[in-house]
Write a protein that binds this ligand. Sequence first.
Ligand code: AKB
Length: 320
Amino acid sequence: MKNDKILIVGACGQIGVELTLALRNVYGSDNVIATDIRNEHPLLKGTGPYYSLNALDAVSMHELVKKEGITQLYLLVALLSATGEKDPKHTWDINMESLLQVLDLGVQEKLSKIYWPSSIAVFGPTTPTTDTPQKTIIEPRTVYGVSKYAGELWCQYYNQRWGLDVRSLRYPGLISWKSEPGGGTTDYAVEIYHEALKHQKYTCFLSENTYLPMMYMDDAIRGTIGLMEAPADKLKTRMAYNLAAMSFSPKEIAASIQKHIPDFTIDYNPDFRQAIADGWPKSIDDAAARADWGWKNDFDLDKMTADMLLHLKEKMMQVA
Ligand code: AKB
């Protein structure tokens, strides 16, 4: 409903910045309250209300929800796959405590809807790797994946036990030019565009034929809002939905960039992130999202490359 009042927790991250801007377009600037523990992102400044908030500070979050008359909450705070492995216990605490606190708040304050992102990281090496189905073997090997899978189960539990309308998507690697990614295994697919424009070369931390599911941020934002606006009775799972757009390897994204920058070169120096990527699916079957609430992607690899290079070039010229 367009008269909802939305709270975004973690608004200054890769998804948060673009989702906040998109939601402000749909619901009106004053109806979308952005919060983060970090300083306000430059792209959010002047676009609507902003508060500093630690996602683990349950008291302050509760006060803000009451003060602002919040009806929907998006919790986007997480430590991702690569960062997570450096301090597993801390990652678990951040990812799980923030979710459980928000789910309790949702029940207490009778929030109409909650959004919480999951990831392809829920899957592990025992999962079928090609066209990974919605329902399959799920044995994650990273703490990030473990926290996302446990979180999905908690979301389903709160829905079944308390009727809380909590919705979720298993994002693939997300590629964006407005906001930077941080700490993921799929981050190479953003870095490569920056390096191609700045230095015409890139050393990739994954090997050349490592296929992973990926998505342009424009599609991810449309998908997120599409899921949140879908009638509740259309949603046949309260675990997170698989969501897919494209699947490519470092060699293929390099070839796509070379169509615009022929001198661009890539070499490979795989690090610890290779083992994480090797445990994830190569491609995802998102038939359930397409059938249940009409998901459809718009961007493929070449369309995304053209758009990324165009916008990053403009951004670099503004800075210079
Ligand atoms: C990561 O690489 O950790 C994330 C993800 C796939 O959730 N981008």
